[in-house]
Design a protein around this ligand. Sequence first.
Ligand SMILES: *Cc1c(COP(=O)(O)O)cnc(C)c1O
Length: 380
Amino acid sequence: MKFATRAIRMGQPPDPATGAIVAPIYQTVNFVFEDIGRPRAYEYSRSANPTRSALEECLAGLEEAKFGLAFGSGMAAADAVLSLLRPGDHVVSSRHIYGGTFRIFEKVYVPRGATFTYVEGTRPEAFAEAMRPATRLLWIETPANPLLQLVDVAAVAAVARRSGARLVADNTFASPFFQRPLTQGADVVLHSTTKYIGGHSDVIGGAVVVNDPELHSQIKFYQNAVGAVPGPQDCWLTLRGLKTLAVRMRQHEANARAVAAFLNRHPKVQETIYPGLPGHPQHELAKAQMDGFGGIVTFRLPGGREQAARFVKGLNLFLFAESLGGVESLVCHPATMSHASMSAAEREALGITEGTLRLSVGIEDADDLIQDLDTALRGC
Ligand SMILES: *Cc1c(COP(=O)(O)O)cnc(C)c1O
């Protein structure tokens, strides 16, 4: 089955009990046992729930993987992967990661005895140079939030394999429609399903997708032991969103290309960052590693925070909000929003300046979006 078919059908045969076409919301805590020592397929919804299983199977199918696990948020999914660490273990991470990922590393796992080395993710050799005997995980996000740097998944996977470490790839920005890191050698794919997978800005969720049965059972054990599971209604909403992932991603990308081209030639814009622009430093890698360039466009205004504020005020269609990947277009100011948990010095070092703005280009009409940007640029 091809991607668009899998998105609609995987894990979702007609309900065996009633023939319902849509996977039912099994809003139940528990399931009756057949007899002493004889549970049915399900026992208790923290451990497993049929609506969640449908979502997990579909997510695994879209990443061309064996196992999917759904979580209550993207950060709960990240935590479940990090639970593999023991005191003394070491992680090599790309510097270009979501602010909340940096926060869980530094504020939750460092106090528990793990150590983290941050490297320039665009240089695969940098991962090799930072490896230690205690390195258990390599962590990448590609394209990265918010400056859209790419990491060469296959090259970093080779570094991980050489030393028996596992490569974790946060695939939130690309979505499985544009990139499937497990097929390029990653061991774990992580998603904030809150973003493109859910796609409608109405449900928080996360996912971990793996091929290795051992890894799956370790993470599933932690999921059940700690319990950061999504409820059946949230799983159902995410599944409903997933059905249109292919059509949405095509439109997100078409609109993002048009927006990037517009900003790239606008005299008031200092720099436009989009992997689909030939001037993006990793445009060739994007073409080789991804099936498309995604729906996020970042750009810089030369006038810093004041100009960014005037620009944001002048927008009408683009909504000024956190998050990304929904059908509606959003604008975010990473320095004060998604990356506020970093210090100013840390942000500066990463190039997240006060004049940097990130657009999550929605699936409205591209002409309307460009007109909105044009008006705001005129006034800033
Ligand atoms: C949003 C996001 C997360 C965190 O996901 P939540 O669902 O908000 O917990 C992790 N990684 C990336 C790249 C994200 O954009």
